[in-house]
Design a protein around this ligand. Structure first.
Ligand code: GLC
Length: 435
């Protein structure tokens, strides 16, 4: 097979048609209904026990934002409809120099939470006022209340032992006690998508979806009448686990090589942690066809990062940036212009598919909420892909338009920076007032 034929076939699989995106949105809507009714579904539809905030919440709170290998601790002040982060510290659970890694299976839950609690102690050093704490824990959790969350299963390739199946609130509370932090009270535990929706809704009207397009991918929405309470409640769909999109051979290769084959299929097609892996799978297929020279380096997981893909997307007509990524990351030199252009097109197809798929799932939620598209809807989004990847927002819009047609005009997308932490602080203040 020649390069042109290979590219035609690969792009035929990756560049989803409007019909394919409509099918994704329809399957997503069905999966939402099934999951909400408690029937088998790849959408977990987890209750958060939180509704949209009123905007008048006031007070000080601490937020612990545990999203993946990075954790942030923030001290937040809410006043007059504004949330301000007054102090913050960000740290990695995995030392880049390799001296420690709290995300591997050899680490126990207590060690991980002690490490986090020590950072809370640092941020609050010298303070004595009693503060409510909101914990953003961005993994699938079974909740039976606002301050209780049992980890169902790790995602994002984290493996720390002894956390799955346990409620993370006592894990954090006991660690804070062990570290001598006695003036904070954990009050709420939320998902990062829920935090993003809450932080946006604190300031804006019409926000009914919250989503993360970053290392991980997931979306929540405001269910107008939750079956558990008959009241409005934000539902964490864990949409990264959605299985309604046809897998290409590249997706199958990524899935087979992952820590959780069969799980988080949409996340493996959309999120920053996996986009480079999908591109690598396509490049491996090209090499196997003799369309790229064999590299004298193995392409391990993480060989192509989101930053590398962004560099390629920003390339000019001379393909200089693609050439440099091919040399430094893939150890491929002396590529022809046609080969460099093919690599760039693959990156465009894989990242474009990610954005369009996210847009199609948002369209599915909007259809579920408002079949006649009679009102405005805001999707609050955070994450590195949405914030930094060229063309990502345009791709989301293309996905929305493919499904909703001109009705997509009723849907607005908004970048909400650090919403996951701010949202946890808002949730903590709300829960503290109810305690
Ligand atoms: C993963 C987690 C989910 C989280 C998302 C974004 O999909 O399972 O809970 O919201 O990543 O961080």
């Amino acid at each position: 097979m020649g390069l042109a034929d290979f590219m035609k076939e690969a792009r035929g699989q990756l560049d989803l048609t409007s019909e394919a995106l409509k099918l994704v949105a329809a399957r997503f809507e069905t999966a939402m209904r099934e999951g909400l009714a408690g029937r088998p579904s790849s959408l977990r539809m987890l209750p958060s026990y939180l509704a949209r905030p009123g905007g008048g919440e006031r007070g000080d709170a601490v937020a612990v934002d545990f999203g993946g290998t990075n954790v942030r601790v923030l001290r937040v002040r809410l006043a007059d409809g504004r949330a301000q982060s007054e102090k913050s510290s960000s740290f990695c659970l995995k030392d880049p120099k390799g001296t420690y890694d709290h995300t591997r299976a050899q680490t126990r839950a207590e060690e991980l939470f002690d490490f986090i609690a020590r950072h809370v102690a640092d941020v609050l050093a010298g303070e004595s006022a009693i503060l409510p704490l909101g914990h953003t824990f961005s993994f699938p959790c079974r909740q039976e209340g606002i301050n209780q969350a049992v980890l169902i299963q790790w995602t994002k390739e984290i493996r720390t032992s002894g956390v799955e199946g346990r409620d993370v609130t006592p894990l954090l509370t006991e660690a804070l006690e062990r570290q001598g932090v006695r003036h904070v009270r954990p009050r709420a535990v939320i998902n990062d998508t829920v935090g993003t929706l809450i932080a946006a809704a604190y300031q804006l009207r019409d926000v009914d979806l919250g989503s993360i397009c970053g290392t991980g991918h997931n979306t929540c929405y405001l269910e107008p009448c939750h079956p558990l309470t008959g009241q409005p409640m934000i539902v964490n769909m864990e949409s990264g686990n959605f299985d309604g999109v046809t897998l290409t051979p590249f997706d199958r290769a990524v899935n087979d090589a992952s820590g959780y084959p069969g799980a988080q299929l949409l996340e493996k097609q959309v999120s920053g942690a996996y986009l480079g892996e999908v591109v690598l799978a396509a490049l491996r297929a090209m090499t196997a066809e003799g369309l790229l020279p064999a590299a004298n380096k193995s392409w391990d997981r993480g060989t192509l990062t989101g930053v590398n893909l962004t560099q390629v997307l920003k390339d000019g007509p001379d393909c200089g940036k693609t050439k440099s990524v091919a040399q430094t990351q893939l150890a491929l030199t002396d590529l022809s212009k046609e080969q460099l252009l093919s690599i760039r097109k693959l990156v465009e197809s894989v990242t474009g598919r990610s954005a369009r798929l996210a847009g199609a799932t948002y369209a599915g939620v909007v259809r579920y909420l408002d079949p006649g598209l009679g009102r405005g809807h805001v999707v609050a989004i955070d994450g590195s892909l949405y914030a930094h990847m060229p063309g990502y927002d345009a791709g989301i819009r293309a996905g929305l338009e493919a499904v909703l047609g001109p009705g997509a005009r009723s849907v607005t997308t908004r970048l909400i920076k650090d919403g996951s932490g701010i949202g946890a602080a808002i949730a903590a203040v709300v829960a503290d007032a109810q305690a």
